[in-house]
Design a protein around this ligand. Structure first.
Ligand code: ATP
Length: 375
């Protein structure tokens, strides 16, 4: 069943159309991330779902009930939508202790005292803040305050959770910890979660479904695997992946029922014939799909090593090849590369080919999409 359903939702600010007609269908119990660069309309979309922003037009349904209809001038206010929120500022009440911050909504809903205590205890335990209930927010670290906000969500037991960049104020270590926490929370509550971020690592690590947006328009909606391995266009391909995907101008040729890609003088023999017309294309390949050699091998380009950056478990190499900047990711610690001149082998099974004019994905070379780690 679809838990959150937007049909033709639009939002204008004066003459500026921030969200052109938007359709979005979010299945029950999934962790869905709205991802995109600043100004792409993620927060506006989330605020529309929350009821904090009134759309200009369209229809919005939550758990099968209409909460906004432009046609019938129907609008259900946020407090009547039964949603849980965590926003960038945790919005804790500074004059209330932790226990009251967590249980305020339950008290306002006149839940029985015993039940409130039980939910408080459970929530504090889940976020490992037992013993902190008598502190004021100012007596907690940023991460602990964040966990109080999470505890409030746990206690409320909402079936739809909305989160807007909830980790952006945290340091790197806490952010990784809270990522795990929020993913576990969403799973344990069986909640439908809509999560807004511009951080692709958060999106890839946490989501069941990623919705990539640009200028208020959905570019692609799919699993993290699909978004990474089969991006629908060059925008998605370049936005997802760190280090960034490598791009080359190439020409596709059909030769003796085989497909051959030319990058300058170099030929790349593709493993499967591609039923696409010949001609100029844009070739993309992820940094981990390139291998360095000290002599030419099949499907390789001459290149020069420029900068070597070990990050611990991996090393990022910056190179130039035929005027292109190229990045290679190696899954081990390398301090320096022995030679400046190298040959870069492209894994012909993992090449993506985009239309050079429209930027749309035409083909991936590996045949039908598959999940490498699936059973
Ligand atoms: P960020 O990551 O920076 O928060 P975002 O993807 O969440 O960006 P939105 O905040 O949804 O983007 O903004 C979408 C567009 O709507 C932007 O062009 C923004 O300038 C515009 N916008 C948002 N709120 C208002 C407002 N109150 N008045 C006028 N324009 C607005």
């Amino acid at each position: 069943m679809n838990e959150v359903y937007l049909k033709g939702i639009t939002k204008s600010y004066g003459a500026h159309l921030a969200i052109p007609p938007l359709d979005l269908d979010i299945p029950k119990g999934k962790f869905v991330t709205l991802l995109g660069p600043s100004g792409c309309g993620k927060t506006t979309t989330l605020r529309i779902i929350a009821g904090l922003e009134q759309p200009s037009d369209g229809e919005l349904t939550l758990s099968g009930k209409s909460v906004f209809s432009g046609r019938n001038s129907h609008f259900v206010p946020p407090e009547k939508r039964g949603l849980g929120f965590i926003f960038q500022s945790y919005a804790l009440w500074p004059n209330m202790k932790v226990d009251r911050n967590i249980t305020l909504a339950l008290q306002q809903a006149r839940k029985p005292k015993d039940e409130i205590q039980e939910r408080l205890g459970e929530a504090l335990k889940k976020v490992q803040l037992e013993g902190y209930q008598d502190r004021f927010p100012s007596e907690l670290s940023g991460g602990q305050q964040q966990r109080v906000a999470v505890a409030r969500l746990i206690a409320a037991r909402n079936s739809i959770l909305l989160m807007d960049e909830p980790l952006s104020n945290l340091d790197a270590v806490l952010r990784t910890e809270m990522r795990t926490e929020l993913k576990r929370l969403s799973r344990d509550l069986g909640a439908t979660t809509i999560y807004v971020t511009h951080d692709q690592v958060e999106a890839l690590t946490m989501s069941d479904i990623i919705v990539v947006m640009k200028d208020g328009v959905i570019q692609q909606m799919g699993s993290p695997y699909e978004i990474y391995h089969q991006p629908s266009n060059l925008f998605v391909a370049e936005f997802i992946g760190d280090p960034r995907i490598n791009l080359f101008d190439a020409t596709l040729e059909q030769r003796d029922s085989r497909s051959v890609l030319h990058i300058g003088e170099i030929e790349i023999n593709l493993p499967h014939a591609l039923p696409q017309s010949s001609g100029p294309m844009r070739l993309a390949i992820r940094p981990e799909r390139l291998t360095l050699h000290d002599a030419p091998v099949a499907n390789s380009l001459p290149a020069e090593v420029d900068v070597v950056q070990p990050t611990g478990s991996q090393t990022i190499l910056s190179l130039t090849s035929q005027g292109n900047a190229v990045t290679v990711l190696i899954p081990r610690f390398v301090e320096r590369w022995p030679s400046r001149k190298v040959w870069l082998e492209l894994d012909a099974e993992h090449i993506m080919i985009f239309d050079s004019r429209s930027g749309q994905l035409l083909q991936t070379t590996g045949g039908p999409i598959r999940q490498e780690n699936a059973a």
